[in-house]
Design a protein around this ligand. Structure first.
Ligand code: ADP
Ligand code: MG
Length: 724
């Protein structure tokens, strides 16, 4: 670690006060610490013999197989580097079908027989691991008698060091080769998309391109609450969200939190978080306060899909870890609090060629940019054809609370293109020439300010899938989810569009290509324009209009999940070798099971909090008011106590409603849990438990507002949201 003191004024240097007390006034170079814990390209070049480095690069860039001899050399150098950095262990780090990662640590030690050890790490250990797979969700893919699972090194995502351990990103599969994770299908989808995109570019006469990669920039929203307060909320601990709470007198109505000045504790947290992420080579770029009180956002610079997904998993983990250090808890749940915005994740997505061209960049004259139009149209077609799968990629019990709320688009998948591109497509459809639109100067009216050119797409924050200048932004995702699934689906669906376009164009004489492309675009626009919507996606009119257009509005997780099993979905995934049919069924079952379990946990937590904490508090307060009223009355019979009596009545009413509700919820829970058919159980959860949870939540919040704060058995919304 370099601790040099830079020349003053160097912009790339950053003041790091919290790092170590003794360095409190020293400056540290971000450029120096960035990636210091990563076995990245620079380290590989420096450490690996030239021939070995070249072979590894071929594996990374062209997917060539790596021989064991080469792997041995890489493993050795990785281990030496890791030990120099203080590592004692290594782990195959993987992404089972939960939304979090998994790891099992092995030390490098190898006994030498004379009571001593050497530190050893072979190519075989680098390339393959055999964790016991029986306790990870497999959706029936792997019977427990065949518990073996394999992890396989993914050399395209660099190894790194965390907690004295060398982390090796790996894919995770069963003994018979079925993918038990999210990385394997993601890599498969990137490969398919690459093949289809390159083939299309070659057909269009662009023969310099060798590789096309999907790029992703996931913006991550989160809440920060004080850790002590958090630890007194059972609902936050068990469910990740509050099940009820009387609203604080102030919510987000003043619109003063979004982009507001950072509070010192939050700022210190974000600063520390940036440092930890930078050390791991994660290009954390933007941080700001979000709309709701205590809500924030972090966005990295985009990267290739595979690395961006790994980085987002790590980011979520490090967010939680750094929060602990600051006496905070980071909430990644989609709807931690009623009445204010929940958290999402925006998946910015584009396609980049190996020669650095963004295929979704319209250039100055989009109407004449055939390559751009084909790729744009491929995405529009993909999202329209597989809107239900896109919806599924954002489906979870947590995100169901958010979609269609004030903070998120409805469960209808549509595309925002902006005026200029919409005009371009209209002109193609109607054979009207679309002249070059001059960019308009943005006049701020203040001559001292620089003059900008206006972007050709305005921001539309209400669209679930918006074109934002040179990329698409998928905004439906929940904050806690892995970004792997939406990208698997998007990559595959776009690959399928490109495949169909290729089949239509492949026999065209190059001289007629422009005309053929024009005709193809025209047909595609006519077929898919129904998915384009530039208006307000949050309005009720849109819900009606979408239904007229025949677009799906799949409101809840059980509603949409069955679409994963349609013939169309299975054909898409099996044709492109993303999932086998069994792998799709397993994902479906895991998602459904997760939904059922999440709601059951919420129901049990509600029963527990109400019966053991809240109702006793309510009862004792009612008792206190009642006895004070009656003793006053005994003392002074003519005293007016109407308000007190009304309060006792109100409190007692609340008690009755809640006690009855708890009883109902218990019975419904038992019924749901007795149901052996997963799908029926999910619908029971949706139709019985969720309405009951809502009903109890509202009633408890109303009752809570009647009770003095100091008698509440847990911290209130006031404290949770406004204490930092
Ligand atoms: P917003 O206004 O929605 O916050 P930003 O311009 O800050 O949008 O960008 C959001 C994210 O989009 C960032 O993570 C950024 O790196 C990412 N991004 C930019 N270009 C691309 C691209 N070509 N492919 C994928 N992601 C991109
Ligand atoms: Mg955004």
């Amino acid at each position: 670690m370099n601790e040099e003191v830079p020349q003053s004024g160097a912009s790339s240097f950053f003041c790091v006060r919290e790092r170590k007390v003794i360095m409190s006034s020293e400056w540290l170079s971000v450029a120096e610490i960035f990636g210091e814990d990563v076995f990245n390209d620079a380290v590989m070049q420096e450490r690996l013999p030239k021939k070995v480095y070249k072979k590894l690069k071929q594996t990374i860039e062209e997917g060539k197989e790596l021989d064991l001899e080469t792997a041995d050399v890489i493993a050795h150098e990785m281990k030496e580097w890791a030990i120099e950095k203080g590592a004692t262990h290594y782990t195959h780090w993987f992404q089972p079908m939960t939304n979090v990662t998994a790891e099992k640590h092995d030390s490098f030690i190898s006994p030498t027989g004379d009571g001593q050890v050497i530190m050893d790490f072979s190519g075989k250990e680098l390339v393959k691991g055999e964790p016991d797979a029986s306790s990870f969700p497999s959706g029936g893919l792997r019977a427990t008698f065949e518990a073996r699972g394999y992890t396989a090194w993914d050399p395209t995502s660099p190894a790194f060091i965390k907690d004295q351990t060398l982390y090796i990103p790996t894919a995770f599969c069963s003994y018979s080769g079925e993918a038990l994770d999210k990385k394997t299908p993601l890599l498969r989808s990137m490969d398919t998309l690459n093949t289809q995109a390159v083939r299309m570019l070659h057909l269009l006469g662009n023969d310099t391109v060798k590789r096309v990669s999907a790029t992703i920039g996931p913006e991550q929203e989160y809440f920060l609450v004080d850790k002590d307060l958090y630890s007194r909320r059972k609902d936050l601990i068990f469910c990740g969200r509050t099940l009820f709470g009387a609203p604080a007198p102030k919510g987000q109505e003043m619109e003063d939190h979004y982009f507001g000045a950072l509070k010192p504790r939050v700022s210190a947290y974000m600063h520390d978080l940036d440092l930890e992420l930078w050390k791991l080579g994660i290009p954390a770029k933007t941080k700001h306060n979000e709309v709701a009180p205590a809500q924030h956002e972090l966005a990295p610079v985009f990267d290739t899909a595979n690395i961006a997904v790994d980085h987002n998993q790590l980011t979520m983990e490090i967010m939680k870890k750094v929060a602990e250090k600051h006496g905070l808890t980071c909430l990644l749940h989609e709807k931690p609090f009623e009445g204010i915005n929940g958290s999402g994740k925006h998946n910015n997505w584009s396609l980049t060629t190996d020669d650095g061209v963004n295929l979704l960049n319209p250039g100055r004259t989009p109407a004449q940019n055939t390559q751009f139009l084909i790729f744009l149209m491929a995405v529009i077609k993909a999202v329209d054809d597989y809107a239900d799968l896109m919806r599924i990629s954002a489906a979870s019990a947590g995100n169901d609370h958010r979609l269609g709320g004030n903070e998120a688009p409805p469960a209808i998948v549509s595309i925002f293109l902006g005026d200029e591109l919409t005009h371009v497509l209209e002109s193609i459809e109607n054979d009207t020439y679309f002249g070059k639109q001059e960019k308009i100067q943005l006049d701020t009216g203040a001559p001292v300010l620089p003059h900008f050119l206006k972007d050709n797409t305005d921001r539309n924050r209400t669209s679930p899938f918006a074109f934002t200048g040179n990329k698409f932004e998928f905004r439906m995702l929940g904050s806690a989810a892995s970004v792997a699934t939406p990208n698997i689906i998007l990559n595959t669906a776009v690959a399928e569009s490109l495949d169909q376009f290729y089949e239509e164009l492949k026999d065209t004489d190059p001289a007629d290509m422009d005309e053929a492309v024009h005709a193809l675009l025209k047909r595609a626009i006519q077929k898919h324009k129904k998915v384009i919507f530039n208006g307000n996606g949050y309005s009720d009119e849109w819900v009606k209009e979408a239904s007229r257009r025949g677009l799906d509005n799949l409101e809840s997780t059980p509603d949409c999940l069955e679409r994963l099993l349609t013939a169309k979905s299975i054909t898409l995934f099996t044709k492109h070798h993303i999932y086998t049919e069994e792998e799709i069924r397993s994902r479906h079952d895991i998602l459904l099971e997760n939904y059922v379990k999440t709601i059951a946990i919420e129901a049990r937590t509600m029963v527990d909090i109400l019966s053991r904490d809240f109702l006793p508090a309510l009862l004792s307060y009612t008792g206190a008011v009642a006895s004070s009223t009656s003793s006053k009355k005994a003392l002074l019979p003519d005293l007016k106590t109407d308000a007190e009596e009304a309060l006792v009545r109100k409190l007692s009413n609340c008690y009755e409603i809640l006690a009855d509700g708890v009883q109902d919820l218990k019975e419904q829970l038992a019924k749901t849990e007795k149901e052996e058919d997963l799908k029926r159980s999910a619908f029971l959860g949706r139709n019985l438990l969720i309405p009951s949870l809502k009903h109890l939540g509202t009633a408890a919040s109303e009752a809570e507002a009647l009770i003095p704060e100091n008698l509440l058995p847990y911290p209130s919304y006031d404290q949770l949201l406004f204490s930092l």
